[in-house]
Design a protein. Structure first.
Length: 313
C-alpha cells in the first residue's frame, strides 16, 4: 500500500441537496451501502449526513440523521440485490427493528448483523447516529463456510468483545479528525465471527483475539509475538501458524498497524514531530521507523507531515 492508495473518508450531507433531500439520501445509500426506501414525516425538515469509506471489498459508514424510517422491501431487494451482510452499531438514539413479523428495539451500544437481502425495516423516532459496514457474502462464506443468516443477530458491545472490537475499528477508521486506515482483513474476520457464531473455527477466533490485543497496545514498544501469544492462550509457534493461514506473521501485523496509525497522525496532527509520532506508535528506533515508513508508503514521514502542515496553514 502506498500513500496514493490509502483510503480516506468522504462526507455526504443532505444539506446540499435542496428540496430533494430524501431522494438524494436514497440515491447516496444505494451507491455507497445498500439501497433503501426512506420514509420521512416531513421531507423539508429531513437532515442526514454520512461519512463513507470504501475499501477493496468492504464499505464503511458513519451515519447520522433526524427522525425517519428505512425499509428494505422484497421488490427493492429483487431490483437491487446487495449480495452482502450488513452490520449496524448504534451510537445514539434507539432503533426499532422490524423483520419477519418480529419487532425489537436496539439501544446505543448494541450491534446488529443481518443479511442485506432479507426484508427489514428500521425506524429512528428520535434520530440516529450509527456505524455501519457492508461485507460481501462470498467473503464471509470463504472465511467461515456460512451459507445463510436467516434473521438478524443482536450483540451488546458491553458484553461481547468481538462486537466491541468491531465498533472500535469502525470508529477509528471513520473518525474525520484522525482517520486511521483500517485493517480490512481484520474487519472482515470480525464480521465473520459475529455472523457465524459457534460455527467459527477456533483458529479464526484466536486470530481475531490476537488482532484486537495488538490494536489496543500499539503504543507499547515491548509488544511482541510472545506477549500476544500468551495473552490469547497459545504458544508462540501455534499463534504463528494461525497467522500464517492469513498470509501474515504476527510481527508483520504489529508493524503494519503501527505504520498505519503513524501515517494517520502525521496527516492529521502536523504540529507533532515525526520523532514524537514514532514514539506514540511504539517504535523503539526512529531510524527503523523512518526506513519502514518510506518502504511501506513510498514517501518519507517528513514529507507527509510537511504536506499536511502546508494544507492546514
Amino acid at each position: 500500500m502506498t500513500a496514493a492508495t490509502l483510503p480516506r473518508p468522504k462526507v455526504f450531507s443532505t444539506e446540499a441537496a435542496g428540496p430533494e433531500r430524501v431522494e438524494a439520501w436514497e440515491a447516496h445509500n444505494a451507491a455507497q451501502l445498500i439501497a433503501l426506501s426512506c420514509d420521512v414525516p416531513c421531507s423539508s425538515e429531513f437532515e442526514a449526513a454520512e461519512v463513507n469509506l470504501e475499501l477493496t471489498t468492504a464499505h464503511l459508514a458513519r451515519v447520522s440523521g433526524s427522525k425517519h424510517k428505512v425499509i428494505r422491501t422484497r421488490d427493492l431487494i429483487d431490483s437491487d440485490p446487495a449480495h452482502a451482510y450488513a452490520v449496524y452499531a448504534t451510537l445514539r438514539g434507539s432503533a426499532t427493528l422490524e423483520y419477519s413479523g418480529h419487532t425489537r428495539v436496539l439501544h446505543p451500544g448494541q450491534v446488529m448483523v443481518c443479511d442485506a437481502d432479507l426484508p427489514i425495516a428500521r425506524g429512528f423516532a428520535h434520530g440516529l447516529e450509527e456505524l455501519a459496514i457492508r461485507v460481501p457474502k462470498e467473503l464471509i462464506h470463504t472465511t467461515t463456510g456460512l451459507d445463510l443468516l436467516a434473521e438478524p443477530l443482536i450483540f451488546d458491545a458491553r458484553a461481547d468483545g468481538h462486537a466491541r472490537a468491531l465498533m472500535h475499528m469502525l470508529g477509528t477508521a471513520l473518525d474525520t479528525g484522525i482517520p486511521v486506515p483500517p485493517d480490512e482483513q481484520g474487519l472482515v474476520e470480525l464480521v465473520s465471527v459475529l455472523a457465524a457464531g459457534p460455527r467459527t473455527s477456533t483458529a479464526l477466533r484466536h486470530r481475531v483475539a490476537a488482532r484486537d490485543y495488538i490494536a489496543q497496545r500499539l503504543h507499547d514498544p515491548s509488544l511482541s509475538a510472545a506477549g500476544v501469544a500468551a495473552a490469547v492462550g497459545l504458544s508462540e509457534r501455534t499463534l504463528s501458524r494461525v497467522f500464517a493461514a492469513s498470509g501474515m506473521s504476527v510481527p508483520q501485523q504489529i508493524l503494519g498497524r503501527r505504520l498505519d496509525v503513524a501515517y494517520a497522525l502525521l496527516r492529521a496532527r502536523p504540529e507533532l514531530t515525526t520523532a514524537a509520532v514514532a514514539t506514540r506508535c511504539g517504535f523503539w528506533s526512529y531510524g527503523y521507523f523512518s526506513q519502514t515508513f518510506q518502504r511501506r508508503f513510498g514517501v518519507t514521514a517528513g514529507e507527509v507531515r510537511r504536506l499536511a502542515h502546508g494544507s492546514s496553514a
